[in-house]
Ligand binder design. Structure first.
Ligand code: ADP
Length: 445
């Protein structure tokens, strides 16, 4: 950044210096040209006041010493007198612009390149009383030769100015960047460094991101610790039971029971690992699944029939109400969402209780509601049950095969679908979870 600012400042300085030099040269040359033409005009008028050719010769001689050339042109354009060349050899001059102008307007002027690039010839002509024209001219250096002459000095001054500008640019850049560098060293208290006002929102964003990263790292660490802890219990059981069988220490009649325990704990491990994998898949935010229009009612139908046996085992009635409800989503996500909500509603229910699933379109939205008459969730836990591994009653969760990750997965899916979720629950009365999606076909009811 420093290098770039430095370079840009130096580039601006060089451009400014070059442009200034060029413009000043042009202005100076213009002044010089005006001055020369004014002088010539004075000379021409002086000569006009002495029209006798003889007299003029004397004057012209004097002028010649000043580097002037005098030409007297007759009415018809013929040369009457020429101070530099033989008048008789010269051609008719009536076509020269300055003479033509003097014939018609009384005065005329012109600047022409003379022979080489180095010199310019300046002409000034006045009409005399007898209708002829007196022209005075002189040569002067052209702008290019003036410029070429001054080039060493110009280059010297430019180099000096560039050096000076580079040094100033260096110090300016340093003082400009200093507060930013200080912030980088002390990110926690940027206000102590007298920061630029424009950087305040930038620092606020970085600070927030920094905090988010720390929080995320903390959450990940906690999650890893929780996963390890959750894995430990079934693995210890599996290891214990299998060791007993291996050592022949398990009584004959208990072997089947121990094998059953091993099986149950292995299943538990599988469920847990599947949930963990699913959560980490959902965590990858930039991997967008291809969306399709799916009938949420159809998903709920499949899910409800799949959970019917589990409901019966818990002594719970499970039913579905509603109608076709198209949402734009990914099938697996919707299945998991409905499954997890219904599964919880069955597991945290009472014998003889019921679970009702409603899926129906509401104007431009689609609402899924899972309502149970179960044990309910105490107010103080309601906020936290969507956290990973948070359970109100750990033993009930575990004994019914819960991993503590179901609602965390639900929360992720809701967010990914840009849906809204609300929870209403009362202890000993039941729980109602409602998820509202945008309707896929976009039409109003
Ligand atoms: P788990 O695998 O333990 O069921 P979840 O993430 O699905 O994990 O749910 C977290 C906790 O929220 C559960 O342990 C339970 O205490 C509570 N919970 C979830 N759904 C219900 C419900 N329908 N009724 C009562 N409590 C519930």
């Amino acid at each position: 950044m420093k290098k770039k600012i430095n370079l840009q400042m130096a580039a601006i300085a060089v451009i400014a210096i070059a442009a200034t030099l060029l413009l000043v040269s042009a202005v100076c040359y213009d002044l010089l040209r005006t001055q020369i033409l004014n002088d010539l005009r004075t000379y021409a008028h002086l000569l006009k006041s002495r029209e006798a050719v003889e007299d003029m010769r004397d004057r012209a001689y004097d002028f010649g010493k000043d580097g002037l050339r005098v030409t007297v042109v007759a009415k018809d354009g013929g040369i009457v007198y020429e101070s530099d060349a033989d008048a008789e050899k010269m051609t008719n001059h009536s076509g020269r612009p300055e003479i033509e102008q003097a014939f018609s307007e009384g005065e005329g002027q012109a600047v022409r390149r003379s022979g080489t690039l180095q010199k310019n010839a300046f002409y000034f002509a006045v009409r005399t009383q007898d209708g002829g024209v007196i022209r005075v001219s002189r040569e002067a250096d052209s702008i290019w030769s003036i410029f070429a002459g001054a080039l060493p000095a110009i280059l010297g001054i430019t180099a000096l100015l560039v050096l000076l500008c580079t040094a100033i640019a260096h110090f300016l850049t340093k003082s400009l960047i200093a507060p930013v560098e200080k912030i980088a060293q002390n990110m926690d208290h940027p206000e102590e460094n007298g920061i630029y006002e424009e950087l305040v929102p930038f620092i606020a964003t970085i600070k927030k991101q920094h905090e988010d990263i720390l929080r995320n790292a903390g959450m990940r660490q906690e999650f890893t610790a929780n996963v390890s802890h959750e894995l430990k219990t079934p693995l210890t059981a599996i290891s214990g039971y299998s060791e007993l069988i291996e050592n022949g220490m398990a009584p004959e009649e208990d072997v089947t029971r121990f094998a059953g325990e091993i099986h149950r704990n292995a299943d538990r491990l599988l469920t847990l690992i599947n949930d963990v994998i699913r959560l980490s898949e959902l965590d990858v935010t930039d991997r967008e699944e291809p969306l399709e229009v799916i009938d949420l009612y159809e998903i709920a139908e499949t899910c409800v029939s799949m959970l019917q046996i589990s409901a019966e085992n818990h002594g719970v009635t499970l039913r579905l109400q509603g109608s076709e409800s198209p949402v734009s989503s990914e099938k697996q996500m919707l299945e998991e969402l409905v499954y997890n909500l219904c599964d919880n509603a069955i597991r945290y229910n009472n014998k003889g209780g019921s679970v009702t699933v409603y899926v129906r379109p509401e104007k431009d939205r689609v609402a899924l509601t899972v309502e149970d008459t179960g044990i309910g969730i105490p107010k103080e836990h309601q906020e936290r049950i969507f956290e990973r591994f948070y359970r109100v009653d750990k033993s009930r969760s575990k004994s019914t095969g819960g991993t503590g990750l179901g609602l965390a997965i639900v929360k992720h899916i809701v967010a990914k679908n840009h849906a809204e979720m609300t929870l209403e629950s009362e202890v000993a009365k039941g729980t109602k979870i409602r998820v509202v999606f945008a309707r896929a076909d976009g039409c109003q009811e």
